[in-house]
Design a protein around this ligand. Structure first.
Ligand SMILES: NC(=O)C1=CN([C@@H]2O[C@H](COP(=O)(O)OP(=O)(O)OC[C@H]3O[C@@H](n4cnc5c(N)ncnc54)[C@H](O)[C@@H]3O)[C@@H](O)[C@H]2O)C=CC1
Ligand SMILES: O=C([O-])CC(=O)C(=O)O
Length: 309
């Protein structure tokens, strides 16, 4: 385990992330920070009181300031507003850019060596804000979206084929929005190409459902967006880093020429280990997949261009 993991934002995603980190004993201490007085303190205490039953020794604390977060090994940023029915993730842009900017300034000042995992939406642009404001190298600013989008895609395929989710290998690349790029050519069931087990029409419907996966939950919840699967996604990345697993996971990474793209965050296959982003894998894509990735990049560049930092 590492010494300290901070989760900024003690709302739905943040609090669930903190509890999952504690239950997996990934850090000696988990610090939850939020601007609302009492919420991180109350949730942190409540989580710590679950420790004797769950059997973890990770101390969970909540605070409104950054003193207790000083020297964190990993910081997960979940601060920001969530969308409601009828909104796109880009509708959160201005509000969340301000929030992620102020959070990033605090992280830079108090945890200058941290690896930052961004969750706040619109994800790819918020990663850019965090990287610009902290000035951290790209190895230490990584976005969570691909793991979630892929988990949704995998869960739908497992359900349709009535097989274990464990046996579905897949990757969803691109931005975390309507233009995300599920890679059918790399989707296998224990090594068997999915196209051998499912008619193309059914697969296309699953791809579309995965793309709309966030909106599907928003429609049900009405007051906010998904948090169980998103927190699982963030914690899978934390775990890969804490245990130096060298996992290959789809994450938002700052591109410097990979896939012919530069100067933006986009979901690509990444190797995660104790140094954070250790490598971006450049895999072969079909012409359609490459074109879809380029469209997705364009959809990230547009909101990026209107924010001022
Ligand atoms: N990347 C992804 O795949 C996903 C991203 N999200 C995004 O994560 C964010 C959080 O979602 P939820 O937890 O459901 O929202 P929430 O509303 O339940 O929690 C957000 C929390 O952030 C806090 N906050 C606001 N400003 C802050 C600041 N300056 N410092 C610290 N805390 C601050 C709020 O007080 C609130 O407790 C949203 O932007 C949402 O769109 C959610 C799910 C998946
Ligand atoms: O849909 C949203 O706004 C939250 C999110 O990013 C997701 O659940 O994929």
């Amino acid at each position: 385990m590492v010494n300290k993991i901070t989760v900024v934002g003690a709302g739905n995603v943040g609090a669930t992330t903190a509890q999952r980190i504690a239950e997996k004993s990934l850090g000696r201490t988990v610090v939850m920070v939020d601007v609302v007085d009492g919420i991180p303190q109350g949730k942190g205490l409540d989580q710590w009181e679950s420790a004797p039953v769950e059997g973890f020794d990770t101390r969970v604390i909540g605070t409104n300031g950054y003193e207790e977060t000083a020297g964190s090994d990993i910081v997960v940023i979940t601060a920001g507003i969530a969308r409601k029915p009828g909104m796109s993730r880009d509708d959160l842009l201005n509000t969340n850019a301000g929030i992620v900017k102020s959070v990033s300034e605090q992280i830079k000042a108090t945890s200058p060596n941290a690896i930052v995992i961004v969750v706040s939406n619109p994800l790819d642009v918020m990663c850019y804000v965090a990287k610009q404001v902290t000035g951290f190298p790209r190895e230490r600013v990584i976005g969570m979206a691909g793991v979630l989008d892929t988990a949704r895609y995998r869960s739908f395929i497992a359900e349709a084929l009535d097989v274990s989710v464990r046996d579905i290998q897949a990757m969803v690349l691109g931005g975390h929005g309507d233009t995300m790029v599920p890679l059918i050519s790399y989707t296998t069931i224990s090594g068997i190409p999915v196209t051998q087990l499912m008619p193309r029409e059914q697969l296309d419907a699953i791809v579309q459902r995965a793309r709309d996966g966030g909106a599907e939950i928003v429609k049900y919840l009405k007051t906010g967006s998904a948090y169980y699967a998103p927190s699982s996604g963030a914690v899978e990345m934390v775990e890969a880093i804490v245990h130096d697993r060298k996992r290959i996971l789809p994450c938002a990474a700052w591109l410097e020429g990979e896939y012919g793209l530069s100067g933006l965050f986009l979901g690509v296959p990444c190797k995660l280990g104790c140094n954070g982003l250790e490598k971006i894998l450049e895999i072969d894509l079909t012409d359609d997949e490459r074109a879809a990735l380029e469209r997705s990049a364009q959809a990230v560049r547009e909101p990026m261009s209107v924010i001022s930092l």
